[in-house]
Design a protein around this ligand. Structure first.
Ligand code: AMP
Length: 188
């Protein structure tokens, strides 16, 4: 199964991604985490180089430029650990990235099964972000990330909706209920 999970900062993408990957036996790829690690604790010179290039954008809550992200995803989806399927968290972030992902998958003779959209209101997103303690979750950055979400992520939903690959899930429910709804819809 090949999935992407979409939602604002604090929508529960990470939590649901971890559960889904365990249940479906697929690999989770979180671009935010990979970039965060490339900046803070790179394991290889390539990762350190990537980290240096993305750092200015990352630290201001801006999106990393598409060409950098697309190149990164191409390399990542060629790794052997994703052969059983994958779930992308944090990618795509824009309609352009969504389209580029489809082009890339065509090249790899793969196809995305579903885009899962965790619907959570702005006020709940802010409350949840303020309640967690990651160092990059300060109020101005949260606000900027949410603004970026509305500007760039929402148009992407139309892209997947039009292609009949969008699953809309109420992300304000309890974690268990959200997880159940996702599995029910995936199986239905
Ligand atoms: P996240 O942890 O998913 O909120 O990502 C944290 C930061 O990583 C974002 O604010 C962006 O700077 C960067 N980032 C993560 N994924 C992407 C992406 N698909 N495109 C551009 N920038 C990204």
């Amino acid at each position: 199964m090949k999935l992407v999970i979409l939602g604002g900062p604090g929508a529960g993408k990470g939590t649901q991604a971890a559960r889904l990957c365990q249940q479906l036996g697929i690999t989770s790829i979180s671009t935010g985490d990979v970039l965060r690690q490339a900046i803070a604790a790179p394991q290889t010179p390539e990762e350190a180089a990537l980290g240096e290039r993305v750092k200015p954008y990352f630290q201001q809550g801006e999106l990393v430029p598409d060409p950098l992200m697309i190149e990164f995803m191409r390399l990542r989806l060629l790794q052997p650990d994703v052969s059983q399927g994958w779930l992308l968290e944090g990618y795509p972030r824009t309609a352009f990235q969504a389209e580029e992902l489809d082009f890339l998958l065509d090249d790899l003779t793969q196809r995305l099964d579903w885009a899962i959209w965790l619907e959570v209101s702005e006020s709940v997103l802010i409350d949840r972000c303020l309640g967690r303690s990651r160092s990059d979750d300060h109020p101005e950055l949260i606000q900027r990330r949410i603004q970026v979400l509305y500007e760039t992520t929402l148009p992407m939903l139309d892209y997947y909706d039009y292609r009949k690959r969008l699953l809309r899930i109420n992300g304000e429910q309890l974690i268990e209920q959200v997880a159940d709804d996702i599995l029910t819809q995936l199986r239905g």
